[in-house]
Every structure is written in C-alpha cells, then in structure tokens.
Write a protein that binds this ligand. Sequence first.
Ligand SMILES: [Zn+2]
Length: 141
Amino acid sequence: MGRAETVMSNLTGEQEEAGVTTQFNLLRSRLESEQKRLIGELEQLKASVRPANERREGSPFGKREEEATETLELETRLALEKRIIDQLAEIEHTLSKFENGTYGLCDSCGQPIDPARLEALPQANLCLSCKASQAKNAKSR
Ligand SMILES: [Zn+2]
C-alpha cells in the first residue's frame, strides 16, 4: 500500500518543478502532429488536381456552366491551399520559437502568453492584448 502513495507524491513533486516544461513539451508535440497533418492535407490537395487535358473532356453541352464550376473549384482549392500554407508557416515559426527558447512569449511585446490561451491555440504568437490591437489595426486599414 505505502509504495503507491510514495510514487504519487514523487510525481506531484516533480510536476510542480517541471510543470511549464511539461506543458510546453505537450504543446510542441501537438504542433508537430498538426504540422504533419497539414503537410499531408496539402499533398492530398495537390494530388487531387486533375491534369488540364482531362478537364476539357466531357459533354459539349453546358460547357459554360462546367467552366464556371471549375473556376469556383480552383478558387476554393487555391484558397484552401493558401490557408494550409499560412497555417504551416505559423506552426513552423512557433516551432522555431522552441529552438530559440522564446516559446510562450508574445512576438510583439515579449510578455508571457496566457497558458490557457496556449492550451487552446498552441501556435499563438501574440498575447491577447497585442492580438486585439492587431485586429483593430487590420480593420481600420
Ligand atoms: Zn503582446
């Protein structure tokens, strides 16, 4: 009986010391798996592009409609691709902050970012107040 209790209290003691590191390591692995997922998604998206000559085939009727659909598809695909690339860039930047030992600090003011915010959004690079003022600036542009 006494053994389990000793293990438990040892764990609690270690957690207090390494709490931040443990959280950051978890967030880092979450970011890394998210990075892998996005790279896979991007590859899938690129693989789904049909060759140009294949697109010309099909019914001669309703061609205009078909073309319109294709343009929309292309735009959606490009928008999606851009979003994934943006997300990947953000994650890569965040991972580089681990290397520099600046992870968890705001890119703009250098203050620590709220751990709850990091938990919800591991790739957050701005603290809430900088994020808010950035959003305000973007709107007034
Ligand atoms: Zn800030």
